[in-house]
Design a protein around this ligand. Structure first.
Ligand SMILES: CC(C)(COP(=O)(O)OP(=O)(O)OC[C@H]1O[C@@H](n2cnc3c(N)ncnc32)[C@H](O)[C@@H]1OP(=O)(O)O)[C@@H](O)C(=O)NCCC(=O)NCCS
Length: 144
């Protein structure tokens, strides 16, 4: 089941999946997580939160229109490849369409590019490196 969750709820999975458990939950906060127009989604299997994504109101470069940046996309290891990530992002896109959002973008790990491509995102930047994490692309999907 998909739920709107808090900026606090996402921190343990951010740490475990995206930072290899190296940080404290507090160090996994992103600037803007608590903004009133930011939102966070979680996929629950029973009582267990297994997949998270955060959406911050943020334009990309000089792209026009109402925009969100997808951040902190992660599914816990035992639950990957079951379509939860896909369902979470599609839920978010449907929600944002209702909010008259024009596009969503993210800094996608190269390893996750196929996941975003399968959701209709396109690669819109050359490959770039994020220190300590690895190669990335900017990816984008138009909503309306
Ligand atoms: C990237 C990530 C978030 C994807 O989440 P997920 O819940 O596994 O995503 P899905 O199950 O919806 O899709 C993953 C893949 O499994 C496939 N899949 C979907 N349903 C499936 C099923 N029932 N059985 C097997 N595979 C399935 C999808 O087609 C997709 O394949 P693709 O990579 O070729 O596109 C997850 O792998 C993850 O947390 N990775 C580590 C952290 C990371 O890289 N995050 C992204 C940072 S930019």
């Amino acid at each position: 089941m998909i739920k709107f969750i808090t900026a606090y709820d996402v921190l343990p999975i951010r740490n475990e999946v995206l930072r290899d458990g190296r940080l404290t939950p507090d160090e996994c906060r992103f600037a803007g997580d608590d903004a009133e127009t930011a939102f966070h989604l979680g996929y629950y299997v029973g009582e267990e939160l297994v997949c998270i994504a955060s959406f911050h109101p943020q334009a990309y470069g000089d792209f026009k229109g109402k925009a969100y940046q997808l951040r902190g996309m992660a599914t816990t290891e035992p639950y990957r490849g079951k379509g939860y990530g896909n369902m979470l992002v599609n839920f978010a896109i449907t929600y944002m369409r209702g909010q008259k959002v024009n596009y969503v973008w993210c800094n996608a790990r190269k390893k996750a590019a196929a996941f975003y491509l399968s959701l209709g995102f396109e690669i819109i930047s050359p490959e770039f490196k994020v220190h300590g994490i690895g190669p990335h692309y900017v990816m984008y999907v138009k909503i309306q």
